[in-house]
Design a protein around this ligand. Structure first.
Ligand SMILES: NC(=O)c1ccc[n+]([C@@H]2O[C@H](COP(=O)([O-])OP(=O)(O)OC[C@H]3O[C@@H](n4cnc5c(N)ncnc54)[C@H](O)[C@@H]3O)[C@@H](O)[C@H]2O)c1
Length: 428
């Protein structure tokens, strides 16, 4: 099949490369010319396990190409999949400018019937609106389907090729057949439903997962006060299949490129329709207080944060990605800087610019041990696997102080204590 992917970011590039791997002829389009130039030179604009190899293999095989020209990417396609960003607007609703702009551009260059799939996470009713824009703008028949994406950054290639399910929201038999054909070599349940249900399914999934994380963080707060251990509680409840063991890790709460904006969006939807969503709202409120609570515990342990040297290990919002959008680590850093701490940071792949930290320039250090040299306190802010195997005794020798804030519960408290640390973890 001839497929265009609009938006070559975390979702678009992975989708494009995987669809090419499945045998389709794919063009990835992006308005960021530098990104397309990088890709055409064989360089990856993002870090995602296995993506580099997948892209190179499919480019070499002639199935995958990159462009910034709508004129080149739209005519003659059978499927156009939109994966542009849908960030939060200032009021918490969804900023739809990239979706509308992509729809207008498609309409200018369309020559024949096409199926347009919306892979971006978008408010309910978007498929209908995109269809109207493209049909009116081009005068050509098209069908717009909702095809929400559920991949996890850090496991994106695996998730795309071996997903737990694919959701297709469609009101046209012809469009449904095109979508099923596109995914015919992906072996998983495929749920075909109406477009509005598909659009809401994505928000419901993210709101549910965020709520689960907020729930375990509430249990962590209670465990801290009661002398219980939240990791044991998570194991104890997670083994019940009705509950499930995933998304039960207490820590710094949910962040990242999707959960915060998607929870804001569903709250906004509820608010504008007069449908109160007390569970989702509570999950949001709980999450908002978690990082401050961790910093308060550190401040109490140090007496004051002013002029204290604090090493932060981890910037990405989760392991195995370079994505720092709404990362809990960045939120921690903002709190630390606002209380006068001298912050140094290390992450295996992610970097942070001063725009993300209220104008504060941060020193990025390549070695995790060097980051902790003379530090009064060390914070583990991202659950990178390589942090688990850090030599805590060596780290303790290098640091000036003895406070280890293990905000992702990576270390055994007894081992940390043995190495001379005062170990502050979450819910233990
Ligand atoms: N990142 C994830 O883990 C994830 C998972 C599931 C769903 N989603 C959803 O997928 C969508 C994309 O997310 P992402 O993380 O890939 O975003 P991203 O910011 O990494 O990529 C979006 C890309 O779209 C490009 N773009 C913007 N307007 C364009 C236009 N008019 N024409 C062509 N390109 C344009 C941008 O330049 C950018 O490269 C969002 O709606 C997001 O909520 C993301």
């Amino acid at each position: 099949m001839k497929i265009t992917i609009i938006g070559t970011g975390y979702v678009g590039l992975v989708s494009g490369a995987c669809l090419a791997e499945l045998g389709h002829q794919v063009i990835c389009l992006d308005v960021q010319v530098e990104k397309i130039e990088m890709l055409n030179q064989g360089k990856m604009p993002i870090y995602e396990q296995g993506l580099d190899e997948l892209v190179h293999r499919n480019v070499k095989a002639g199935r995958l190409s990159f462009t910034s020209s709508y004129e080149q990417a739209i005519p003659g396609m059978e499927l156009i999949s939109m994966a542009v960003g849908t960030p939060s607007a200032d009021d918490g609703s969804v900023d739809m400018q990239y979706v509308w702009s992509a729809a207008r551009e498609i309409s200018k260059h369309l020559t024949d019937y096409v199926v347009i799939a919306d892979k971006s996470t978008v408010p309910v009713g978007t498929a209908e609106e995109v269809e109207e824009i493209v049909r009116e703008g081009s005068g050509i028949l098209c069908d717009v389907v909702s095809n929400p994406e559920f991949l996890r950054e850090g496991h994106a290639v695996f998730d795309f090729l071996q997903p737990p399910r694919i959701v297709i929201g469609s009101n046209s038999k012809r469009a449904t057949e095109t979508m099923l054909h596109a995914y015919e070599h992906v072996d998983c349940p495929k749920f075909v439903m109406d477009r509005r249900s598909a659009e809401l399914t994505k928000y419901a999934a993210n709101a549910f997962l965020a709520t689960k994380i907020s729930f375990i963080n509430e249990m962590a707060m209670l465990a801290e006060e009661l002398g219980a251990d939240v990791t044991q509680i998570a194991a104890g409840i997670g083994s019940d299949p009705r509950i499930g063991k995933d998304f039960l890790r207490a820590g710094l709460g949910w962040g990242g490129s999707c959960f915060p904006k998607d929870v804001r969006a569903i709250r906004k939807m509820g608010e504008s329709l007069g449908v109160p969503l007390p569970i989702v709202n509570a999950a949001f409120e709980t999450n908002a207080g978690i990082r401050k609570r961790v910093i308060d515990r550190l401040e109490k342990a140090l007496g004051s944060l002013n002029d204290k040297k604090v090493a932060v290990l981890g910037l990405a919002f989760k392991d195995n990605t370079d994505d720092t959008r709404e990362s809990a680590a960045i939120d921690l850093i903002r709190h630390l800087k606002s209380r006068g701490a001298d912050v140094r940071v290390h992450d295996p792949v992610a970097k942070v610019c001063s725009r993300e930290t209220d104008g504060h320039e941060l020193e990025h250090i390549a070695c995790p041990y060097e980051t902790c040299r003379d530090a009064h306190a060390v914070i583990i802010a991202t659950e990178w696997e390589q942090f688990r195997t850090l030599d805590l005794a060596r780290l303790k020798e290098i640091a000036e102080g003895n406070i280890l804030v293990d905000a992702r519960n990576l270390f055994d408290p007894a081992r940390a204590l043995e190495c001379g640390w005062r170990h502050i973890s979450v819910g233990r």
